[in-house]
Design a protein around this ligand. Structure first.
Ligand code: ZN
Length: 263
């Protein structure tokens, strides 16, 4: 599933849509539209795009009539194309734009979502942005303390706390900070929170620079996979110490770690 760097890359590839109008919509798989295609058409037809931004793992088109928030989930991809380009085999949604362009959403597995939110509303369940001033070691320390015994891996994946990390980058962050994925959040020290905060920013920045990780058929073009230290490397030697990396299931998600480097 695309995480913050892959969604950021997808968002940047759309170019500058500021000032373009949303003229009309085609919904080929209406279940992906929230609250409903009818409300979408009613609220957003004729809306002018003011700003395009990433928020967590969403691509957000802020308009004068409200927010169009797109979550690619497992296999969704978004592109701005000339109107004459034919629909793809897996095209699920199209927003026709001014200037004979269209915003086309292809999604083989149909897990992606398009949400409408009224002006001024934030996306429910999306917490603090890693690249915002709110994300400090102190904030992380206080937030983890409140979560009592929940394991750190699960807490880093919880989008309502810190948004943007998924399975790949949470494993990489824990390795860089030298912390075991099963450690309870409340047992993490302020110095470790500082290490975690620095690791989050350094790893996400590097991944954005490399246009994300190309991990399966659905998402290509990035080269961060060549820089991963632990994700997808269970049973292989740790790049730091040579110990064979282990894999453990935490809260339904698999986490790869080094038992020597991560305490
Ligand atoms: Zn190691």
């Amino acid at each position: 599933m695309p995480e913050l760097p892959e969604v950021e890359t997808m968002m940047r590839s759309l170019g500058d849509l500021k000032g373009d109008a949303l003229l009309s919509f085609d919904f080929f798989w209406p279940r992906q539209v929230e609250p409903s295609p009818a409300i979408f058409k009613e609220k957003l037809t004729g809306a002018i795009i003011k700003e395009i931004k990433r928020r967590g793992k969403y691509i957000c088109l802020f308009t004068d009539k409200g927010l169009l928030a797109i979550h690619p989930r497992m296999s969704g991809s978004l592109a701005v194309l000339p109107e004459e380009v034919p629909l793809g085999k897996h095209t699920r949604l199209v927003a026709h734009l001014s200037g004979s362009k269209k915003l086309q959403f292809d999604d083989a597995r149909k897990f992606g979502r398009w949400k409408f939110l009224p002006p001024g509303a934030d996306i429910p369940g999306v917490g603090v942005e890693p690249f915002s001033p709110q994300f400090t070691a102190e904030w992380l320390y206080d937030t983890l303390k409140e979560q009592k015994k929940k394991p750190l891996k699960a807490l880093l994946l919880d989008q309502s706390l810190l948004c943007g990390l998924g399975n790949i980058y949470s494993d990489e962050v824990l390795f860089a900070a030298g912390i075991h994925p099963a450690r309870p959040g409340s047992a993490v020290t302020i110095n470790e929170c500082k290490a975690l905060q620095e690791a989050v920013l350094a790893i996400l920045s590097k991944a954005i620079e490399l246009k994300g990780t190309s991990f399966d058929w659905a998402y290509g073009g990035g080269s961060m996979q060549n820089n991963l230290m632990v994700y997808g490397r269970a049973g292989k030697p740790c790049k730091n110490c040579g110990t064979l990396l282990e894999s453990v299931k935490i809260g339904g998600r698999r986490s790869v770690f080094c038992q020597k480097c991560q305490k």
